[in-house]
Design a protein around this ligand. Structure first.
Ligand code: EPZ
Length: 421
């Protein structure tokens, strides 16, 4: 298992290029099952999760070639409509094959995703959506067995705005008979990018980026070529790394309009920002100001940036409160940040942070993808050396993060921690 060894205290300087979005690429890769043939996807990030879904696509019978940041996917001979537990247990997003398999083969057997580090993450809305499109759903020994001779359009209202359920239902509805309307749909840029991909395949979708999406079922879908949108969470993570280290940097090949809320909070915290079409320049100025954050669905403040914000507020000049309304239990990073000297009290779904003058390097343990990003940011700001264990978590969603940080001047090394857990 790898670990990172970080010597903190170096202000990050220079330019960093943002990779394609993990959370847009995952459903788009699954959507290639909808119509047999060859697809070319560009700006695909080189991540562990992308390798997992590529492996799943191969299990289903697709051919997947991955070179640099382009992926060639041939689903002509896909014929095995199943997502086995071994793969789904490593990545919940495997559930995204449910809609495409049901559409393509009229049946699907998909393992139910288990729990995750920070509590229950149900998929009831995915299943409700499929049933409303006419599928028969049966749960059997940890698997979803879904069947439908022909999916039919329907009016679907989601009690909770869900990124995953909106994406899965959109994919199942594009070649269903008739019209589907999704109410309280997710407005996230990753869902808009998925919708743009489906339209490039010949689908008829309107209302992307709003709470009301309309899909006219079509039987004319065809393979296509498509470029994945930049990763807004990687963008926000590097900007926060620039501020927590009191540095000056530019993130390039990003989409600033996808990060309005985070940019507004960074400004309140004291960052000087200049925003161009596809790049953002950040300059630190003086002390970091304490700023409260409450996470929300898009375009609110993303829960995937909650842990990184707590890291920043740990060295702010005062007190702040960070509340997670999407995942109330998403605080597994707090005890580890305390090991680095942070002063945080967690109560229910809020963290009460009192900024300290200096964090101190220590050995810490990653528990999930964004929690590990918060540990890396804190270690970069801390005095002395930190060992960050289980960095396989961060490799799930950040492409070669240590190399990108090194280019910005960080003292970071990836080493084998000699442990086999
Ligand atoms: C997506 O997860 C992202 N993952 C998550 O990012 C992100 O945290 C989340 O959206 C929220 O923004 C991917 O895109 C692969 P949801 P998803 O369905 O689709 C409840 C990362 O770090 N819900 O929008 O699983 C759910 O419990 C990952 O990259 C139901 O109740 O999230 C949660 O409270 C972590 N029933 C809320 O909705 C359902 O069937 C939002 O979940 C589905 C969801």
């Amino acid at each position: 298992m790898d670990k990172f060894v970080i010597e903190g205290g170096v202000p990050l300087k220079g330019e960093v290029q943002i990779s394609g979005s993990k959370n847009a690429a995952l459903p788009i890769i699954a959507a290639c099952l909808l119509a047999p043939g060859q697809y070319i996807l560009k700006n695909i990030p080189r991540l562990r999760d992308i390798r997992t879904i590529a492996h799943l696509m191969r299990v289903i019978g697709a051919k997947v070639e991955f070179e640099n940041h382009s992926m060639k996917i041939d689903t002509t001979h896909a014929d095995f409509p199943e997502a086995p537990y071994e793969l789904v247990k490593t990545m919940r997003a495997s559930i995204y094959v449910l809609g495409p398999l049901l559409t393509r083969f009229g049946k699907a057997r998909v393992s139910m995703p288990g729990g995750c580090a920070w509590g229950p993450r149900p998929v009831d809305l995915h299943l409700k959506g499929m049933e409303l499109l006419g599928a028969k759903i049966e749960l059997d020994r940890g698997y979803v067995n879904a069947r439908a001779d022909k999916l039919r359009g329907n009016h679907i209202y989601f009690d909770v705005s869900s990124v995953g359920a909106t994406g899965n239902v959109m994919m199942a509805a594009v070649s269903a008979q008739g019209t589907t309307i999704i109410e309280n749909a997710a407005e996230e840029p990753e869902i808009v990018n998925l919708g743009e991909f489906l339209i490039a395949m010949g689908a008829n979708i309107s209302g992307l980026g709003t709470k009301h999406i309309t899909i006219e079922g079509s039987s004319e879908l065809h393979p296509t070529e498509f470029t994945i949108t930049p990763d807004r969470i990687e963008t926000a993570t590097f900007l926060t790394a620039g501020l927590i280290t009191r540095g000056e940097l530019t993130v390039t090949r990003c989409q600033p309009e996808h990060s309005h809320e985070v940019l507004a909070k960074l400004k309140e915290a004291g960052a000087k920002l200049s925003v161009e079409l596809n790049s953002i320049h950040l300059k630190s100025a003086g002390a970091i100001q304490p700023v409260d954050v409450t996470t929300a669905i898009y375009p609110g403040y993303p829960t995937d940036m909650q842990a990184q914000w707590i890291a920043l507020m740990s060295v702010a000049n005062g007190r702040s409160v960070i509340t997670d309304m999407i995942y109330p239990d998403r605080f597994t990073h707090v005890p580890e940040l305390r090991r680095l000297g942070a002063d945080i009290v967690q109560k229910n779904n809020s963290a009460f942070v009192k900024g300290v003058a200096k964090l101190k390097g220590a050995p810490v343990m990653s528990t999930d993808l964004r929690a590990s990003a918060s540990l890396v940011l804190s270690a970069l700001a801390a005095e002395g050396v930190s060992d960050i264990h289980r960095v396989y978590h961060i490799d799930r969603g950040y492409e070669r993060i240590e190399e990108k940080l090194k280019k910005l001047g960080a003292k970071i090394e990836r080493t084998d921690d000699g442990k086999m857990y």
